[in-house]
Design a protein around this ligand. Structure first.
Ligand SMILES: [Zn+2]
Length: 176
């Protein structure tokens, strides 16, 4: 690792810790020559994985393609940057553990859906409609009926609960 200040090629790692993106490690370093301190972010990357597309063509695995698909599904949804990062990390972890040289687009789609369902059900439905190529409303109805209504409340975070609670209170006071 070259020092960004003096370009000396020997730097010392002071500490390492996992970054907000669970598939990345942040290291604090110091230059052994000029003592400049800086940090690096090392991200893991899936190598040597081919994705088999629907038409049978193969292409190299690309994180940005998954990110693009998931981002489109999450448009205007209340999901934080950190939640998005850990969502992508989770999807990639599931791909890693398969430890295969090839994976079908549809398999990646199923993995992504499994993770999206836990984070945001609207985004999940949007994603599913693209990946499972919904052709009519009955596909939507079928998919939505699979979602347990209580699940949303169970998985919602404290903040959301508070908002829901205050809304309910607001309604109650109006009645009185
Ligand atoms: Zn230096």
């Amino acid at each position: 690792m070259h020092c960004p200040a003096c370009n000396y090629d020997d730097t010392k790692v002071l500490d390492s810790r996992l970054s907000e993106n669970e598939n990345a490690v942040r290291r604090r370093r110091t230059c052994l020559k000029c003592k400049f301190r800086f940090s690096t972010l090392e991200e893991t990357e899936i190598l040597d994985l081919s994705v088999i597309k629907r038409d049978g063509r193969r292409e190299a695995y690309s994180r940005s393609k998954i990110e693009g698909g998931v981002l489109r599904a999450l448009e205007k949804r209340p999901v934080t940057k950190q939640e998005f990062r850990s969502l992508i990390s989770g999807i990639e972890r599931d791909i890693y553990v398969l430890n295969r040289p090839e994976i079908k687009t549809s398999e990646i789609g199923e993995i992504a859906m499994r993770h999206l369902q836990k984070v945001d059900q609207v985004a999940y439905i949007r994603f599913a409609s693209v990946y499972r190529a919904f052709t009519d409303v009955s596909n939507f109805r079928e998919e939505i009926s699979k979602l347990a209504p209580t699940r949303r409340q169970k998985s919602s975070r404290l903040k959301k609960k508070k908002i829901a609670l205050s809304r309910r209170r607001g309604r109650a006071t109006k009645k009185r």
